[in-house]
Write a protein that binds this ligand. Structure first.
Ligand code: ATP
Length: 472
């Protein structure tokens, strides 16, 4: 039993107290929703499978309502594209109408060409999404390949969370944040329990329609049971977990929890929590908030850093409560808890000489050179006297800092999570009155970032610092 396994119950205990305003008042609602949705799919799939439909490896998916089309008849012409609503790294997304039944859908047209249907079927986005059937995970309805162009037909959502944040002056009420997080944690618990982790959680990938929020963009989703090493770059830098920044090749679903903590903080403050301008700066910003790790708090982190000849800056760190002055202590504890996992299951330190791993692979010499020059050279080396981290939360209770390496067994660790969650259940329904309203700052848009530890300059011109679309 891991923290991830317990997540639905823990979150249910916590959220059900306060989420009575919306439809998502209880776990029961979610379970009922799942049943309803599953039944609907069973009915639909009969219609969906036709002569032209390529079957989805029977028994391989509980979700058989996906329609993989092949053959000569144009399937994409059944949709009238209305307006482009998103332009990502891999595809552009359109609001469209199914001309046959008037249904509004989202059509994601992939930028890369696909020369066989098998190639499309092996895409992570397809492989993982087709197995997901949850009210808070965006539905993939059909997959169409025509003229070597691949289209995903998805349920349509009104906007993403970043769009909602960028025009706001005042932070969202905590009750609203709680309601969204409640739903997303459920979606995460669902996918983690089914053996997937998302790896690219960010506000742009959380889609909202009215009170409902859904996880989208499974382009980087991974099977938990897949065998490390995971060598490609993952996740947008601002939401990237430290073990990924430090190039652990065996991270797991906890990276999604990290991202959720950062997103939740951003929702509560309208400022990104760790807006690093490079990977080095990202680690620096993380340390600024939660303090530098030491042998006690995160030995694995130190090993990872050593393996890549990186020296952590020596920073005591602010309290999260300093950074998020008007957030409730329970919200702060939950965000802290997002950095928690039981003692590492599969943590693996990179070999001394990093293997060549595609674009990410560089020689050890390059690593050393980068870390002895530029931005990183300004960081103080890790001293033999470990930084003393403040381990008390705003409420005076222990907070799990860098607790991915707590020297406890899983049960003890879980008890800590439970105690945090219990405290969270006391969180008030309405957000606390904010004494001051933070001035609006331009919202920044996040994008994919490849490793800039190794291949790029850390010195980003000031003009580029105000963009989330960091092309690395
Ligand atoms: N089902 C949908 N309904 C409405 N809008 C959507 C939908 N799916 C995606 N979008 C919009 O399109 C944007 C890009 O979509 P998506 O993240 O899937 O593309 P991508 O190429 O994989 O992007 P990224 O650069 O994040 O990898 C999203 O941020 C969202 O605003």
């Amino acid at each position: 039993m891991t923290a991830i396994d317990l997540l639905p119950r823990l979150m249910g205990d916590y959220f059900s107290q306060d989420c009575t305003s919306g439809e998502f008042g209880s776990l029961k609602f979610i379970r009922d929703m799942e049943k309803v949705v599953c039944r609907a799919y069973l009915l639909q799939c009969k219609q969906f499978f036709s002569k032209e439909t390529l079957d989805w490896a029977p028994g391989n998916s509980h979700l058989s309502s996906l329609w993989a089309c092949s053959g000569t008849e144009s399937h994409i012409l059944r949709f009238k594209l209305i307006k482009e609503v998103g332009d990502g790294t891999f595809g552009s997304v359109w609001r469209a109408i199914n001309k046959q039944n008037g249904e509004v859908v989202a059509v994601k047209k992939m930028k890369k060409k696909y020369y066989s249907f098998e190639e499309c079927m092996s895409l992570r986005e397809v492989k993982s999404l087709r197995r997901m059937d949850h009210p808070n995970i965006v539905k993939l309805k059909e997959v169409v390949r025509e003229n070597d162009i691949l289209y995903f037909i998805m349920e349509y959502m009104e906007c993403n969370l970043y769009q909602l944040m960028k025009d706001r002056v005042r932070p969202f009420p905590e009750s609203e944040v709680r309601n969204w997080c409640f739903q997303i944690f459920h979606a995460l618990a669902y996918m983690h329990q089914r053996g997937y982790f998302h790896r690219d959680l960010k506000p742009e990938n959380l889609l909202v329609s009215k009170d409902i929020i859904k996880l989208a963009d499974f382009g980087l989703a991974r099977e938990v049971s897949s065998v490390p090493p995971y060598t490609e770059y993952v996740s947008t830098r601002w939401y990237r977990a430290p073990e990924v920044l430090l190039q652990s090749s065996a991270y797991d679903s906890a990276v999604d929890m990290w991202a959720m903590g950062a997103i939740m903080a951003e929702l509560l403050t309208l400022h990104p929590l760790f807006p690093g301008t490079s990977e080095a700066d990202e680690i620096h910003k993380i340390c600024n908030v939660i303090g530098s790790p030491d042998e006690q708090s995160w030995p694995q982190g130190l090993s990872l850093a050593e393996a890549m000849k990186y020296q952590f800056p020596q920073i005591k760190g602010n309290q999260l409560s300093e950074v998020m002055k008007s957030a409730s202590s329970e919200a702060i504890d939950l965000i802290s808890g997002c950095t928690y996992i039981p003692p590492p299951v599969r943590l693996k330190v990179l070999p001394k000489t990093p293997p060549c791993v595609g674009t990410k692979g560089v020689s050890e010499n390059n690593v050393a050179r980068r870390f002895s020059t530029g931005t990183l050279s300004t960081m103080k080396s890790h001293s033999s006297a470990p930084t003393k981290l403040n381990s008390l939360s705003k409420t005076g209770n222990p907070v799990l800092r860098h607790s991915r390496s707590l020297p406890e067994n899983g049960r003890g660790a879980m008890q800590k999570v439970s105690s945090i969650t219990e405290k969270l259940s006391q969180m008030s329904v309405t957000s606390r009155a904010r004494s001051t309203v933070k001035p609006a700052v331009p919202m920044l848009k996040a994008g994919h970032g490849k490793s800039d530890f190794l291949g790029k300059s850390d010195d980003i011109p000031p003009a580029k610092r105000l963009t989330r679309k960091l092309v690395i």
